[in-house]
Design a protein around this ligand. Structure first.
Ligand code: PFF
Length: 501
């Protein structure tokens, strides 16, 4: 009977697919981690939250929280051989809902991530066109005016959202080794080289030191003003999103990993690579912005949010650098951001499709990956429409200011209003579901299933013995739940204005 069960499991695994090599797995997982969160979120959050001190706090969080949650997710995925919903269901029927939180997060994040990914294609395309004829790419418009006109042009936003989602769907249709692994094995090394070129250009600009100072100067004043707890919360939230943790993405990727690969080592490599890349991104973005502030280019500042990635940097390339070089680096930079975003979006789509594939395989059917990927991808594409159509809160297409409880329940006292749909999707997923998911997972591992379960899975690799059991045990039991609780309270505080921090 045991033989029969093992045979069935092996057949199911074959149908689900697997990474061909550990390098391929690493490229896919690092590709998932490196994305808009690194290139966009990290630089400005670091600059605005105490610079060097933020970096130190971030590194401490990666060491005490990031590594262990990564290990926990990879181990659970590989042990149970299923996507996020299936994994929690296999642990116990009563935990299935935790899996659904992750699944839903993937669904919501991809809906807005793809709209932003579409923007990067538009900007890359714009700079390419500018190379051939001035004004062809951005209609001779100033960067701020262009951003406004593009984001409020719903059909355009939807068109580029469609192109981005189309690329994501095609790669995921190719399967684990034939699609995701194949693409990321080429894309990730290329991404790294492109990033190095942009960093070298950025830090050698006249006045780059202004940006470097903004980044690396320990800013105690800012820390005092913002408050340590808030900085800690910002760093922790950023880390989770950046490492693709808390929503079962690494559970899903772990389920395609062979027993021969070393989980403990992989769980360290992915966060280290992601953090190095985030630092590189900051070195690409902030010195360029600082340089042109120094040179007195109007309208360039260390602002935050979509403005930094699309308005400020557009101006850095078009007005600051200008000419052929500006267009060339502009096209290269936005292409790089596009690649980084696609290697993340494919992991988000995989989280969502894996559920249906697992279900079919469990019934002994063929996985039908292509059809499932297409249907799930199209559904997410439509879910992105409100995000693409409300002009990021500019008040078009009836979007901006969604007063959820007030509209739904007629509650006038506790009002939660969002500037735009992107904020709303983000608040549910990144703000609540992800920290909650990570907290529940670590509590489950630390107290219910026990860390020995993770040890067993790590040691399922022939001849390998777990190195840091006590460290992981303390992290799962105490450190991760405490930090996640802090993030969760901080997010709720932000969104609902509770005034805790
Ligand atoms: N880690 C990605 C980024 O930094 O942009 C975003 C992301 C991808 C979050 C995949 C979650 C996920 F499952």
């Amino acid at each position: 009977n045991i033989c029969k069960k093992e045979g069935k499991e092996r057949m199911e695994q074959e149908k689900r697919g697997q990474f061909g090599t550990n390098f391929g797995f690493l490229m896919a997982a690092i590709g998932s981690a490196i994305g808009l969160g690194n290139i966009w979120g990290f630089p400005y959050k670091m600059g605005a939250n105490g610079g060097f001190i933020f970096l130190i706090i971030y590194l401490a969080l990666v060491s005490f929280v990031g590594f262990s949650v990564m290990l926990g997710e990879l181990a659970l995925g590989r042990k149970y051989g299923m996507g996020v919903v299936g994994t929690y269901r296999k642990i116990s029927e009563k935990y299935t809902w935790i899996g659904w939180l992750g699944w839903l997060s993937g669904f919501l994040i991809l809906a807005f991530y793809s709209v932003l990914g579409g923007f990067t294609i538009r900007y890359c395309f714009g700079f390419l066109m500018e190379i051939f004829s001035a004004g062809a790419g951005f209609g001779g418009m100033d960067s701020g005016a262009f951003f406004g006109s593009f984001t409020t042009n719903a059909p355009m936003s939807i068109l580029f959202h469609a192109i981005f989602m189309g690329a994501t769907i095609i790669i995921v249709m190719g399967g684990i080794s034939g699609g995701i692994e194949k693409f990321t094995t080429v894309a990730m090394p290329a991404l790294f080289i492109m990033m190095l070129i942009v960093v070298i250009r950025s830090v050698t600009l006249e006045g780059a030191f202004v940006g470097l100072e903004f980044m690396f100067k320990p800013d105690l004043e800012a820390l005092k003003e913002i408050g340590l707890m808030r900085v800690l919360k910002t760093a922790a939230g950023q880390m989770f999103f950046s490492l693709s943790l808390g929503m079962g993405c690494m559970i899903t990727y772990g389920s395609y990993l062979s027993k021969n690969e070393n989980l403990e080592k992989n769980a360290m490599i992915i966060p280290i690579a992601d953090t190095c890349f985030a630092t590189l991104s900051a070195l690409a973005v902030l010195p360029a912005v600082g340089a042109f502030m120094y040179q007195g280019v109007e309208g360039v500042s260390f602002g935050a949010g979509p403005g930094l990635l699309f308005v400020t940097l557009h101006r850095v390339f078009s007005v600051g650098m200008g000419g052929f070089m500006g267009n060339f680096f502009g096209a290269l930079f936005y292409f790089l951001v596009f690649i980084a975003a696609v290697t993340s979006s494919i992991s988000l789509l995989e989280v969502c499709t894996a559920y249906f594939i697992d279900k079919r395989v469990g019934k002994g059917l063929e996985p039908d990956r292509k059809k499932i990927t297409l249907i799930v991808g199209l559904t997410i594409f439509f879910l992105g429409f409100p995000v693409a159509m409300d002009g990021l809160g500019a008040g078009v297409a009836g979007g901006a200011m969604i007063d959820i409880p007030a509209t739904l329940f007629g509650m006038k006292e506790v009002r939660v209003a969002f500037d735009c749909w992107l904020d709303f999707y983000d608040m549910i997923s990144e703000g609540v579901f992800m920290p909650l998911g990570a907290m529940l997972m670590s509590l489950l591992i630390g107290w219910k299933l026990k860390t020995t379960l993770i040890k067993e899975e790590v040691e399922a690799t022939p001849g390998y013995q777990m190195r840091a059991y006590n460290f992981w045990d303390i992290c799962f039991k105490f450190v991760v739940p405490a930090v996640m609780l802090l993030v969760l309270l901080g997010q709720l505080d932000d969104f609902f204005g509770l005034g805790i921090f």
